[in-house]
Design a protein around this ligand. Structure first.
Ligand code: EPU
Length: 336
């Protein structure tokens, strides 16, 4: 197989934080066969798998092989009167796939418009926004074992989806490479999910169509979230903490206006953005590492911040939140 392994390769264009670190080797894989070949050939090397590079903070040079998933293809593999199952290659861009669904009048992913990253990365953290999560439409995925290159199919139950998490972020972390994802999408008439607070407001006076939902989500995201092509970022840096009701009640006595959402497992989710805002850190900047001025859950690289500087800022936020609220913020972003 004719593959071009590049040496001492800058990863700057391949991570949305725009961090300039080098990888000892780099290769892009376009097919499953290429992936299997690379894995078997490089089985003794450290491998960093990247898709869109949008959920990643690189803090130092990588002394191994960075493998970028570059497969393409969207295919309808099953269809009946109400729904279709589409098989999407892992290397497809998530938002472009959402646009394809809109063009083909297929519902289910419109609330997830404009989420950066690749389709293959979507199940890893069960991407979610504006009242929807990937798991609502996920059917199954195929993945390659990093240890022996064999293919395995994961059902929805196998993936153990949780809030911004799955088996691929836990027990199987780093052990499989997702190569394609099967999603179950609805034909018209669509069921519309416009229950998220900001979305209801944006949908006022509009017809309940999947295109209008996507337009509303795109408008909200563009108002609030920095465009990674202009200001480096990885979306929400932290997860929203989920705490026991008792802990929430005692916090609420002190912070009567603390926003909260009941979680499906009887606990309470509190917005990390609110806590960071209360701490006065919204818009805080230390050199080129900063807290975004509209959405404090997003850390940003204004130009030449190092991964270490962003990490230090994250740790400062974590310790201030712990000190004031007694809550440990965990990161959503993968720190390498
Ligand atoms: N808030 C503030 N100050 C701010 C911004 C927000 O106090 O400056 C408080 C408000 O109370 C607001 C609440 O935080 O109601 C929630 O804010 P928002 O609706 O922006 O959502 P979020 O909880 O901060 C989550 C996801 C986002 C997703 C939005 C919309 C996580 C970690 N983040 O953010 O996902 O777009 O909801 O569904 O769950 C991502 O994962 O990268 C991401 C951007």
């Amino acid at each position: 197989m004719d593959l071009n392994f590049q040496k001492n390769f800058s990863l700057r264009p391949y991570n949305t934080f725009g961090i300039n670190v080098q990888s000892k080797q780099f290769i892009g894989a376009k097919t499953t066969e290429e992936l299997q070949y690379i894995i078997r050939q490089k089985k003794d090397e450290k491998i960093l798998i990247i898709g869109g590079g949008s959920n990643l903070l690189l803090t130092k040079d990588f002394e191994g092989l960075t493998l970028r998933i570059e497969s393409r293809g969207i295919e309808i593999i099953r269809e009946d009167e109400e729904s279709v199952t589409v098989k999407v290659a892992a290397g497809e861009n998530w938002h472009e796939f959402v646009l394809w669904c809109l063009e083909n009048n297929l519902g289910g992913v419109e609330n997830l418009a404009l989420i950066p990253g690749s389709v293959g990365a979507a199940p890893i953290q069960n991407i979610g926004a504006y009242g929807a999560e990937l798991k609502y439409v996920f059917s199954s995925c195929e993945a390659i074992s990093v240890s022996n290159g064999e293919m395995k199919t994961f059902s929805k139950a196998d993936c153990q989806f949780r809030y911004r998490s799955s088996i691929f972020k836990n027990e199987l972390k780093g052990r499989y490479i997702i190569t394609s994802v099967n999603l179950l999408l609805n034909k018209a008439p669509h069921s519309i999910n416009d229950s998220y607070k900001g979305l209801i407001e944006k949908m006022e006076g509009k017809n309940k169509t999947i295109q209008n939902i996507a337009n509303a989500v795109i408008a909200i995201r563009s108002e609030k979230l920095p465009n990674p092509e202009k200001i480096g970022n990885s979306g929400s840096f932290f997860k929203n903490p989920v705490i026991p009701v008792s802990q929430f009640k005692s916090l609420q006595k002190q912070y009567t206006n603390m926003p909260y959402y009941p979680d499906s497992n009887g606990k309470i989710k509190v917005p990390a953005a609110w806590m960071i805002d209360v701490l006065g850190l919204k818009g805080f900047r230390n050199g080129d590492a900063g807290v975004h001025e509209n959405q404090p859950l997003v850390l940003v690289n204004y130009g030449n911040a190092s991964g270490k500087a962003i990490k230090a800022l994250a740790e400062k936020i974590q310790s201030k939140v712990a000190e004031k609220f007694g809550i440990n913020l965990t990161t959503e972003v993968n720190i390498i």
